[in-house]
Design a protein around this ligand. Structure first.
Ligand code: PHE
Length: 353
């Protein structure tokens, strides 16, 4: 009988080695150690044996039953892991592939039109050797006004209605405000540099204004400054013409009119010939044929002096490019308030990645 159990076990080992499928393994389990299984039948037959035989066969039969039980459990575990791995293989997501990364097809955002034009302007000036500076939105009275030739009692302060912070101190270096223009970055830039230098400073500016189609409380400028020896208005016109031709992708005609800003002398308003009508007059240029685009001028000697630069030796030009106006001109946008409306129908027209 013990011999028979040995052959049964060998047979079992042979059969199980061929199986990988869970159902087949369970069938084999029934065949050997199920109620009517071959080993179970031997165990049931024990009661008919004489005591001496029973004591010999019993433990062997039990041992074989346990062994079979363990081997089967082992095999079942392996089959289960195999099944999980197969499933993973079939539903595999390859995250290195773009279409897998966007399986949900969610809307994805783009850059704001002002950001796009700012990047364009930065690239144009970088290619002409300018640095790009950044300045804080919260400025002090010194940088925003005084060092730019706008003392406390100057009427030019009225042109720039200012958001002031409550400041306990009267110290102009500590009196805080939201910058009204990017010209304050001229002062920051001059403090850390000696001529010759050239930089631009793009960013948000703030004025306490009533809003309408062409006025916002928050808008965007790019300040520009170039200081060196023997700089002339011709240099200023050259850089402005390059900038505008690059932005509008065609040769633009410009003209200068006198303009007043306390930190430049002489100061100008630079106009471009209307790109919509070519100068014959239309609603965009209000029938004048020219559009006012860019205030600029030669840096005032006292501004250089206040920042520690000798105006007898050095001079330069500065300009303040309105980015909102530029985008509006380029795309024929008739209301500045669209920019901060948060209306996706507006901004999604400029999507770019
Ligand atoms: N800062 C001026 C403004 O915002 C513009 C300007 C800049 C004018 C540089 C001249 C030179 O109105």
């Amino acid at each position: 009988m013990i011999e028979k159990l040995g052959t049964v076990f060998k047979q079992f080992e042979k059969e199980i080695s061929l199986l990988t499928n869970k159902a087949d393994i369970l069938n084999l389990k029934a065949k050997y150690i199920g109620k009517k299984g071959e080993v179970s039948e031997v165990l049931q037959g024990l009661k008919d044996l004489i005591l001496e035989e029973r004591q010999k066969v019993g433990p062997v039969a039990n041992e074989i039953k346990d062994k079979i039980q363990n081997i089967i459990q082992d095999k079942l575990n392996k089959a289960e892991i195999e099944e999980i791995n197969d499933g993973l293989k079939q539903n595999r997501v390859d995250v290195t592939r773009v279409e897998s990364a966007f399986v949900n097809n969610h809307e994805h955002g783009g850059l704001h039109p002002i950001t796009l034009i700012q990047q364009e302007v930065e690239n144009i000036f970088l290619s002409m050797g300018f640095e790009v500076l950044d300045g804080p939105h919260i400025e002090n009275e010194h940088n925003n006004f005084i060092a730019l030739n706008i003392p406390a009692d100057h009427p030019a302060r009225d042109m720039q209605d200012t958001f002031w912070f409550h400041s306990p101190s009267g110290d102009v270096e500590k009196k805080a405000l939201l910058r009204t223009h990017t010209s304050c970055v001229q002062i920051r830039g001059m403090k850390e540099r000696r001529p010759p230098f050239r930089f631009i400073a793009p960013g948000k500016v703030f004025r306490c204004e009533r809003t309408d189609a062409s006025h916002e409380m928050v808008f965007h400028q790019t300040e520009g400054m170039l200081v060196g020896e023997n700089i002339s208005v011709t240099n200023l016109i050259y850089f402005m013409k390059v900038l505008l031709s690059e932005i509008f992708k065609k040769d633009v005609e410009v003209r200068l009119r006198p303009g007043f800003f306390p930190f430049v002398e002489p100061g100008f308003e630079l106009d471009i010939k209307c790109l919509i009508c070519g100068g014959t007059g239309c609603s965009v240029c209000k029938q004048v044929g020219w559009v006012e685009l860019l205030p600029c001028g030669m840096v005032h000697p006292s501004v250089l002096q206040m920042s520690g630069i000798d105006p007898a030796k050095y001079n330069g030009f500065a300009f303040g490019l309105g980015l909102d106006r530029l985008v509006m001109m380029r795309y024929g946008i008739d209301d500045i308030r669209h920019f901060h409306s948060g209306d996706l129908r507006f901004v999604s027209q400029f999507k770019s990645y």
